[in-house]
Ligand binder design. Structure first.
Ligand SMILES: NC(=O)c1ccc[n+]([C@@H]2O[C@H](COP(=O)([O-])OP(=O)(O)OC[C@H]3O[C@@H](n4cnc5c(N)ncnc54)[C@H](O)[C@@H]3O)[C@@H](O)[C@H]2O)c1
Length: 335
């Protein structure tokens, strides 16, 4: 099993900023960057989408590293210029994720994902930043997210719409002010520390507790999931291969597509439990199929996801079995 913390760095240390550093993917990214020898400035507002103690736990290893500094602040109102001082690269992961809540609180999603991104871009353009790596989502495509980056973008949830708007802001800042950016569209990330609102976390949690899992749809919906260490690999590679990926939008998927029913069967095998499933109609904003064409990532980032769904889910089961980190909201949103 590949670990997100394994160092592969062959270049000189840099000072980088990671927004959303206390989150699921952000905290893995921070650990990988520290392992590679970089100076990491982390920023997070600890938004209560899921419990703060889970995010504090995500930061435990990083906080023990003297090359890590952390700022609890909100992109929507913080004075950002000082945080960017002497940073070469920004990894922008801070966002309100999750499809379902985005219908209930559009102002929250619009303010974090659009306004927060715009404030960061504005601060970046007045700094010496050489590269802003913006993390976006397959939800920018819409109900079907299959194929290359040329596929039409027709998001069907406020989450997807605000994330696509943030992409457009990156492009507008590049066009008008020469801001150097790369956009990575992650496809359903999973693995240890996965957010408690995400389907695999809920599925594993309900299996382990003998509880009912609410399945929205018929179970034939499919996902090109990405193991978190693979997503982190791609993200770090974007920094290391800056010249190849400036101004590009790049799909980051796991390379293997599974239906929800297949995932349930696999998790039943891995946990030794039988799922208790209650079927419900699909929810507004739910995607049907996602399958990233990752040939552009392979070409530009030398990205080759290494983790099979079986191995990745086994790691997540192990994490959820050995921890109390999987509690929290229970909405079944996916990305
Ligand atoms: N997890 C996935 O499957 C997935 C898939 C596609 C895209 N993404 C994207 O990856 C990024 C990370 O997602 P995640 O799953 O780790 O989510 P997460 O919620 O675990 O992490 C996001 C972090 O950003 C912080 N944040 C949000 N708004 C902020 C603000 N205004 N100021 C400062 N901090 C703020 C939150 O407190 C949170 O800790 C997001 O941009 C998300 O859209 C995730």
């Amino acid at each position: 099993m590949k670990q997100a913390s394994l160092s592969k760095n062959s270049e000189s240390p840099r000072r980088v900023l990671v927004t959303g550093a206390a989150g699921f993917v952000g905290s893995h990214l921070v650990e990988r960057l520290l392992a590679d020898g970089h100076q990491v400035v982390g920023l997070d507002a600890f938004l209560p989408y899921y419990p703060r103690p889970l995010k504090e736990a995500n930061l435990t290893a990083a906080r023990a590293n003297p090359r890590f500094t952390f700022h609890e602040c909100d992109l929507r109102d913080a004075h950002l210029e000082p945080l960017l001082a002497n940073c070469e690269v920004i990894f922008h992961l801070a966002a309100m994720p999750g499809l379902m809540l985005s219908w209930q609180d559009v102002p929250l999603y619009a303010s974090c994902n659009i306004l927060g991104t715009q404030r960061l871009l504005e601060a970046a353009r007045h700094s010496d930043i050489q590269h802003l790596i913006h993390v976006s989502t397959s939800s920018a495509y819409g109900v079907e997210a299959c194929g290359t980056e040329e596929a039409p973008t027709r998001p069907i949830s406020p989450y997807g719409i605000t994330k696509l708007a943030a992409e457009h802001l990156c492009q507008a800042y590049a066009h008008n002010f020469g801001l150097p950016y790369t956009i990575l569209r992650y496809f359903s990330v999973y693995g240890p520390r996965q957010r408690p609102d995400m389907a695999y976390n809920i599925l594993i949690r309900t299996l382990l507790a003998g509880q009912v899992f609410s399945l929205y749809g018929d179970g034939a919906q499919s996902r090109g999931n990405t193991y978190v260490a693979d997503a982190v690999d791609a993200t770090v590679s974007a920094m290391e291969r800056r010249a190849a990926c400036l101004g590009e939008i790049i799909n980051i998927g796991g390379g293997q597509v599974v239906t929800l029913r297949e995932t349930i069967a696999l998790l039943e095998e891995l946990t030794g439990r039988t799922a208790r499933i209650e079927y419900h109609p699909p929810r507004p904003g739910d995607q049907r199929h996602t399958a990233a064409d990752i040939s552009k990532a392979a070409r530009l980032l030398d990205y080759h996801p290494a983790t099979t769904v079986r191995a990745g889910l086994a790691a997540q089961v192990q994490w959820q079995t050995g921890s109390s980190h999987s509690g929290g909201v229970a909405t079944g949103a996916e990305r």
